[in-house]
Write a protein that binds this ligand. Structure first.
Ligand SMILES: C[S@@+](CC[C@H](N)C(=O)[O-])C[C@H]1O[C@@H](n2cnc3c(N)ncnc32)[C@H](O)[C@@H]1O
Length: 239
C-alpha cells in the first residue's frame, strides 16, 4: 500500500511535469523547446528513441500476456503500480533527455488565435484528467488494487464504463492528449516531432487496447464500437 501511494504521487508529479513540458512554460527546467543541444539530425534520432522507449514501455507492459508473466514475480495487487512506476521512469528519461529542434512550422501572432490555442491545450489536459475519474481513477493508477489487498478483499471483475465523454467517444483520454499535444500557437519542429511521435504511438496502442477490450467485454464492446466514434463524436465507428 505504501509503495502504491508513493507511486501514485510520483505519477501525479510526472503528469504535472508533462503539462509544463508540452506547454513549454518558461519556469520548467526542460520542455519541448528547452533541453540538450546537438546537431539537428542527432537531436531527431535521440528524440525518436525517447518516444519509442516510452511507447514500448507503455504498450508492452499493458498487454495481458506481460501482466500474466510479471505477476509470477510480483503480487498481482502491485502490478498496476509497477506499470505506473515504469511509466514515470520512461517519462523522466524523456524529460531529461529531450533535445529541442530549431525551426518553426507555424506561429500564430494574433491574440485571439493564441488564446484559442491556449484554451484547447488546457481543455485537452482537462479532458484527460476528468476521463481518468470516469473510468476509475484509483484503479488506473494502482491504488484501488493495493487498498483491496490491504483489506484482504479480491478485486471485482473489470467493468466496462461509458459515462459522460465515453458516451460521445471511445477514447476521450487519447483525444484529450491529441488536443494538448497539437494545440500550440508556435509549432516548432521539436514540438512537431513530439506531437507526431506520440500520435503514432497512441494510434498503434489503440489497436492493441481495443483488441484486449473486445476479448474482455465481448459483444458489449463490439456494440459500443459500432455506435460510438473514436475521438470525434460520430466518426470512426467500427462494424
Ligand atoms: C489510459 S486508459 C485509456 C482509455 C481510453 N482508451 C481513453 O482514451 O479514454 C487505458 C485503460 O482503460 C481501459 N478502458 C478503456 N476503455 C474503457 C471502458 N470503456 N471501460 C472501462 N475501461 C476501459 C483499458 O482497458 C485500459 O486499461
Amino acid at each position: 500500500m505504501a509503495i502504491s501511494v508513493a507511486v501514485y504521487f510520483a505519477f501525479f508529479g510526472a503528469f504535472l511535469y508533462l503539462v509544463g513540458f508540452v506547454g513549454e512554460f518558461a519556469f520548467m527546467p526542460t520542455h519541448l523547446d528547452k533541453g540538450g543541444a546537438a546537431p539537428p539530425l542527432q537531436s531527431v534520432i535521440i528524440d525518436i528513441a525517447l518516444i519509442a522507449l516510452f511507447g514500448l514501455q507503455h504498450s508492452v507492459m499493458a498487454r495481458p500476456g506481460f501482466k500474466a508473466r510479471i505477476t509470477k514475480i510480483i503480487p498481482a495487487a502491485m502490478e498496476r503500480s509497477v506499470y505506473c512506476l515504469a511509466t514515470v521512469a520512461a517519462l523522466v528519461i524523456l524529460f531529461a533527455g529531450w533535445h529541442p529542434i530549431e525551426g518553426t512550422l507555424w506561429r500564430i501572432e494574433g491574440e485571439l488565435g493564441q488564446a484559442i490555442m491556449n484554451g484547447l491545450f488546457w481543455a485537452g489536459f482537462g479532458i484527460v484528467f476528468i476521463s481518468t475519474w470516469l473510468i476509475n481513477h484509483f484503479e488506473l493508477f494502482g491504488l484501488q488494487q493495493a487498498w483491496l489487498n490491504l483489506r484482504g478483499s479480491q478485486p471485482s471483475a473489470p467493468v466496462m464504463r461509458t459515462p459522460m465523454f465515453y458516451k460521445l467517444v471511445r477514447h476521450p483520454i487519447y483525444a484529450g492528449f491529441f488536443l494538448a499535444f497539437w494545440a500550440t500557437a508556435t509549432m516548432t519542429y521539436g514540438h512537431l516531432l513530439f506531437a507526431v511521435g506520440m500520435t503514432i504511438y497512441i494510434m498503434i496502442g489503440i489497436a492493441h487496447e481495443e483488441r484486449d477490450l473486445m476479448n474482455l467485454f465481448g459483444d458489449q464492446y463490439a456494440e459500443y464500437r459500432k455506435s460510438v466514434g473514436a475521438f470525434i463524436p460520430g466518426i470512426g465507428k467500427k462494424a
